[in-house]
Design a binder for this molecule. Structure first.
Ligand SMILES: *Cc1c(COP(=O)(O)O)cnc(C)c1O
Length: 352
């Protein structure tokens, strides 16, 4: 006989990471191609010398630096082991078993997983035809059991961002007892005319938090550090759910060094944004209805052809992220990596 485990485990999907294929270009996980900035790498090396000690459990120096960077009080900020860990802490902090977690779908694949892990009920709301979140439908789906709404903007994997005007109208419709998490993992890549600033929304409203990360634009996916900004009444419960010491000392030091590096980051994101436009235009020319992406990836709504396209790219040594039956997400890499992808895309012939 084996030990008793949760009876609902089969209902919890496993997170599917982007694949790594030797010799192939990896455009599957929305990472940056370049390694950490030299100043950040130096800070990591320096922190490594103290790896025999436990990290600061509150990541106090990083939180203080973030507070200065964002111009908010430190009490409104908490750090986590990647923002995905903060998503999970948030569900644990606000949901009792059976409470509902709403989100647009398709969106970040971790939402239904972490909702179920925390014994909450995931409630996906279909996106609009253009790949954007349907905020009206999400607001309409709020029930007495709804405790939390994830709004991913720009939306992973489809790409569109919500405008500030749309966001304000949406937030006005949500009852204050329901927490809204603005997942801004790709915030640094947004170049739209009326952008949302999740931190400003979180500081202005009692039921809104913003989630950001060092994994994407800052290029620290392997170190695991993200942060949440919001009202103290939510920050304290979220921090309470932290797995002790899960934000390591190298991650904390690297996060601080990233913020100190300032403009170097912006130059990197500008290059990705330029490539995003080039890749999207080329794909549209090939006949793909690629949504307007404000992140470091593009979405090809291939439907039933998604798996064949994915296999074709892999034969051409380009690894993309396939959501079978739905579409393919392709990270924007360096120009030569993107060319390799576009060459593969040009060679794809749909067999009907
Ligand atoms: C990548 C990603 C995250 C979190 O990444 P971490 O590495 O855990 O910080 C969160 N939300 C979305 C939508 C993402 O794409």
């Amino acid at each position: 006989m084996s030990p008793d485990v949760r009876s609902d485990l089969d209902a919890i999907p496993s997170y599917v990471p982007g694949a790594s294929v030797p010799g192939a270009v990896k455009l599957a996980s929305n990472e940056t191609t370049a390694g950490p900035l030299p100043s950040v790498a130096a800070a990591i090396v320096e922190a490594a010398a103290g790896a025999n000690r436990y990290p600061d459990i509150t990541a106090g120096a990083l939180v203080d630096r973030l507070a200065g960077f964002l111009d908010v009080p430190p009490a409104n900020v908490t750090a986590g082991c990647g923002s995905v860990a903060l998503c999970q802490q948030l569900v644990q902090a606000v949901c009792a078993p059976g409470d509902e977690v709403l989100y647009g779908w398709r969106s970040f694949e971790a939402y239904p997983i972490i909702a179920r892990i925390a014994h909450a009920v995931p409630v996906p709301v279909p996106n609009r035809a253009d790949g954007a979140l349907d905020l009206d439908a999400i607001a309409d789906a709020v029930t007495d059991r709804t405790r939390l709404i994830f709004v991913c903007t720009p939306n992973n994997p489809t790409g569109p961002a919500i405008s500030r005007t749309e966001m304000s109208a949406f937030l006005d419709r949500i009852p204050e007892r329901v927490t809204v998490a603005l997942d801004e993992a790709y915030y640094e890549y947004v170049r739209s005319v009326d952008p949302v600033d999740g931190v400003a929304e979180a500081m202005a409203r009692s039921n809104v938090v913003a989630l950001r990360t060092f994994s994407k634009a800052y290029g620290l996916a392997g170190l695991r550090v993200g942060y949440l900004v919001g009202p103290v009444e939510l920050v304290v419960p979220v921090a309470k759910m932290l797995v002790p010491f899960s934000v390591g000392s190298l991650a904390q030091a690297a996060g601080i060094a990233c913020l100190d590096a300032g403009d170097e980051l912006r130059a990197r994101t500008d290059a990705v944004v330029a490539e995003r436009t080039r890749v999207r235009d080329a794909l549209i020319e090939l006949g793909h209805a690629v949504p307007d992406s404000q992140a470091n990836f593009v979405w090809l709504p291939l439907g039933d052809a998604a798996s064949a396209f994915d296999a074709h790219c892999r034969e051409n040594l380009v690894v993309v992220r396939c959501f079978a039956g739905d579409g393919v997400r392709v990270t924007i890499g360096d120009p030569d990596e993107n060319d390799r992808f576009l060459n593969a895309a040009r060679g794809f012939v749909t067999r009907t």
